[in-house]
Design a protein around this ligand. Structure first.
Ligand code: FNR
Length: 354
C-alpha cells in the first residue's frame, strides 16, 4: 500500500488518505456568510475524495477578516449556515475542517484580484485594525490599534465562541490559524510584538495568547481534532524561528493539540524566502522528529510521487495542498492512478475510472 493512501487514525476521526485540502480564502462571502460558491468549491474536493477539506480562514470577529468578503463565524446565524457544507463533505466520506482566524494588523484589505491594499478605517469596506503593538505591516498600511489586555482576553473568548459554533455546525477538525503574520502570529513574532506586559517580551509571554486560545477551545473540541497552523519561521533576522516553533509544538502537545500544520512566513514585509518545491517540508520534518507531534507539510507539493516520498521519508504525516487542488480538483483521483493505489471513486464518477 502507498503511504499517501494509507488511512490516518487520529483520536476521534480517521482520514481515508493523507491528502488534505489546505485552507484557501475565496473572498466570496456575503457579510461573513457562506455562499453557493463555498458549497461548490469545498464540495468538489470532497467529491474528489480528499482525506479532509479545511475551510478557509474564517473570522472570529468582523474586524478579524482579511477582507470584507471573508467568511465569518462570529454569530450563531453564521454558524448554522455552515451545516450544509459539513453535511455534504461528510456525505462523500471526507472530513470537514474549519480554520479559525483573526487577521489583526493585516485585516481590512482588498480582494487580491482587485489589487491588494488596505482600506482606510472610514472606507465602506474597511475598519480600524488591531495588533499586539501599534506597528503597521508596511509603510503602505494603516497603523493598527494596540490591544489592551482586556481586549486580548475578549479575543480569546471570541475564538472560544467561534469554536463552539464550529463544532455545532459539524466540523470535525478545528484549526487555529497562528501563521502567515495574522493576529496570533503577530503575538508570537518578536519582530511584531513589542509589548512590555505579560503578552510580550519572553517566549513564554509571546506564546501566551495562543495558549490561552488553545486552553479555551480544547474542552469544546474534546471529541474533535484540534490543529494549529504555524509559520515555522519569519524568514527574517531575530524573528520567530524553527527553534521556537519546536519549543512551542512541545508545549502544544501537552495541551491536546493533535496536529501541527507547518507553513512559514508572512509576519514581516522584509522577509527573504527562497521558494522551491517542498520548501517548507524540512520544517515539518524537524518539528515532527524532534517533538513526536503529528505533522502536516504544505507548500509547493504538487506531484503524487513527491507527496509519497515525504511520507515515506517520515518527514510528515499529512500532505496539505492548496494551488494544485485549484488547478486540478480531482488531484486525489490522479494521484491514486499514478501511484497505483486503490481508491473508492464516487459512484457517479466511476465510469471514468478506466
Ligand atoms: C491560501 N493560503 C491560505 N492559508 C491559510 O492558512 N489560510 C487561508 O485562508 C489561506 N488562503 C489562501 C488562498 C489562496 C487562493 C491560496 C492560493 C493560498 C495558503 C495555502 O493554504 C498554502 O499554505 C499555500 O498556498 C502553499 O501551498 P501550495 O499552494 O503550494 O500547495
Amino acid at each position: 500500500m502507498t503511504k499517501l493512501f494509507e488511512p490516518l487514525a487520529l483520536a476521534t476521526i480517521s482520514l481515508k488518505n493523507r491528502l488534505v485540502v489546505s485552507p484557501m480564502c475565496q473572498y466570496s462571502a456575503d457579510q461573513g456568510f457562506p455562499t453557493d460558491w463555498h458549497l461548490v468549491h469545498l464540495g468538489q474536493f470532497a467529491a474528489g475524495k480528499a482525506g479532509a477539506v479545511i475551510q478557509e480562514a474564517t473570522a472570529v470577529a468582523p474586524e478579524g477578516r482579511i477582507s470584507y468578503w471573508d467568511l465569518g463565524i462570529w454569530s450563531d446565524e453564521q454558524g448554522k449556515a455552515y451545516q450544509k457544507i459539513t453535511d455534504f463533505i461528510k456525505s462523500q466520506g471526507s472530513i470537514p475542517g474549519i480554520q479559525l482566524a483573526h487577521a489583526g494588523r493585516k485585516a481590512s484589505d482588498n480582494r487580491p484580484w482587485e489589487g491588494r491594499g488596505q482600506f482606510a478605517p472610514e472606507h465602506e469596506f474597511g475598519w480600524q485594525t488591531v495588533a499586539p503593538s501599534a506597528i503597521p505591516f508596511s509603510e503602505r498600511d494603516f497603523i493598527p490599534k494596540e490591544l489592551t489586555v482586556e481586549e486580548t482576553q475578549e479575543l480569546v473568548s471570541q475564538f472560544k465562541s467561534a469554536a463552539e459554533r464550529a463544532v455545532k455546525a459539524g466540523y470535525e477538525i478545528v484549526e487555529i490559524h497562528a501563521a502567515h503574520g495574522y493576529l496570533i502570529h503577530q503575538f508570537l513574532s518578536p519582530l511584531v510584538n513589542k509589548r512590555t506586559d505579560n503578552y510580550g517580551g519572553s517566549f513564554e509571554n509571546r506564546i501566551r495568547f495562543l495558549l490561552e486560545i488553545v486552553e479555551a477551545i480544547k474542552p469544546i473540541t474534546a471529541n474533535k481534532s484540534l490543529w494549529v497552523r504555524i509559520s515555522a519561521t519569519d524568514w527574517a533576522e531575530n524573528g520567530w524561528d524553527l527553534e521556537q516553533s519546536i519549543a512551542l509544538t512541545s508545549v502544544l502537545k501537552t495541551k491536546g493539540v493533535e496536529v501541527i500544520d507547518v507553513s512559514s512566513g508572512g509576519a514581516v514585509h522584509h522577509q527573504k524566502i527562497t521558494v522551491e518545491p517542498g520548501y517548507q517540508v524540512p520544517f515539518a520534518d524537524a518539528i515532527k522528529n524532534q517533538t513526536g507531534m503529528i505533522t502536516a507539510a504544505v507548500g509547493l507539493i504538487t506531484e503524487a510521487q513527491q507527496a509519497e516520498t515525504i511520507l515515506e521519508e517520515n518527514q510528515a504525516d499529512l500532505i496539505l495542498v492548496a494551488r494544485k487542488f485549484l488547478q486540478s480538483p480531482h488531484f486525489v483521483y490522479e494521484a491514486a492512478k499514478e501511484l497505483g493505489a486503490e481508491l473508492d471513486w464516487a459512484p457517479q464518477y466511476a465510469r471514468a475510472k478506466g
